[in-house]
Design a protein around this ligand. Structure first.
Ligand SMILES: [Zn+2]
Length: 322
């Protein structure tokens, strides 16, 4: 993807392109900001602009294509193997950076989720940051800059990235996927400022099945044990989808809270379910909805620990219908 094709982040792109044009790129950058908002895309676009035979990251030349396929000899991608970036990983990058670039004007090292570096890996990297080799460029990406050593942060030029506004994501979803405004709004609101998440959302689940799931949920009553058990079984059936269903329930109860706080249709995520939100809100109070949200959070945590899904859903539904 070229700089122009990346949505948003205009200020960050301008800073990098100007530095590149003036041959004033820093030795090391720290791109910080939430996951999934495009830090890595910008880093790869910059890399392309550096190695490109047309010197603009055209996307068509052999060098640009090698970047896209992650097989350019001067691009070194460092990612966590398992749950950490280990000292051996950093050492192998350091050995590479000792050599001259093979095809481009400089070697580029991208460290994704840099906060996963172990203490010894961080210390090893610090040496490279203190004594930059030739004109190697190191870009660290992280959603948690505060977990990096201060000494590492202070040796990088910091470039914070921000979430995209929901309205902008909604507009792109309408434009690119031809969605209705209400539908695009739902996906955009669930995407937490990330185009990647918005476009990656299961539209069948979040747009169509959502309505049916919430209809069943709000149709349950405390005394009707059998329907509760059946719905719990239905929910527990698909392990992969269950966290997303709980997200749907969570967002629905947050809409109920908005209604109780005097919000209007515009404030809702589920704008197509206004009547349902109003109806549920009439039978709830702020404390009772907050208790239900707590039960949802508890269920989400339990699922991460691989508990019995059926049982967890039964307990949850009993609490939600109480
Ligand atoms: Zn090119």
């Amino acid at each position: 993807m070229t700089f122009n094709q990346i949505l948003g982040h205009d200020r960050q792109k301008e800073i990098l392109l100007q530095a590149l044009a003036r041959n004033r790129l820093a030795h090391a950058y720290l791109f910080s900001g939430p996951d999934g908002i495009g830090k890595r895309l910008v880093a790869l676009a910059l890399t392309r602009a550096i190695v490109c035979h047309e010197q603009r990251g055209c996307g068509d030349c052999a060098a640009c294509r090698k970047i896209d396929h992650h097989n350019h000899p001067d691009l070194h991608l460092l990612e966590a193997s398992g749950s950490a970036i280990k000292i051996e990983d950093v050492r192998s990058i350091q050995r590479e950076l000792n050599f001259r670039p093979l095809e481009a004007s400089r070697k580029i090292c991208l460290i994704d989720q840099a906060d996963l570096m172990t203490a010894s890996a961080s210390n090893a990297l610090l040496k490279t940051l203190e004594e930059p080799r030739g004109n190697a460029l190191i870009i660290l990406l992280t959603a948690h800059p505060n977990r990096l050593l201060e000494t590492i942060r202070s040796r990088c030029q910091r470039l914070p990235f921000h979430r995209h506004p929901t309205s902008r994501i909604q507009n792109e979803l309408e434009r690119q996927l031809d969605l209705e405004p209400n539908e695009a709004h739902i996906l955009a609101a669930l995407a937490e400022g990330s185009f990647k998440k918005a476009f990656g959302k299961d539209r069948e689940l979040f747009l169509d099945q959502r309505r049916q799931l919430l209809k069943t949920l709000t149709g349950l009553s405390a005394g009707s044990i059998l329907p509760i058990l059946e719905f719990a079984e239905h929910l527990a059936a698909d392990k992969a989808v269950l966290p997303e269903i709980l997200e749907i329930f969570q967002v629905f109860y947050q809409d109920v809270i908005r209604q109780l706080n005097g919000g209007t249709l515009h404030d809702f995520v589920n704008r197509d379910l206004q009547a349902k939100i109003e109806r549920v809100a009439r039978n709830e109070s702020l404390p009772s909805v907050l208790t239900k949200l707590d039960s949802l959070f508890a269920a989400q945590r339990q699922l991460e620990r691989n508990v019995n899904r059926q049982l967890a859903m039964e307990v949850l539904l009993l609490r939600l219908t109480a």
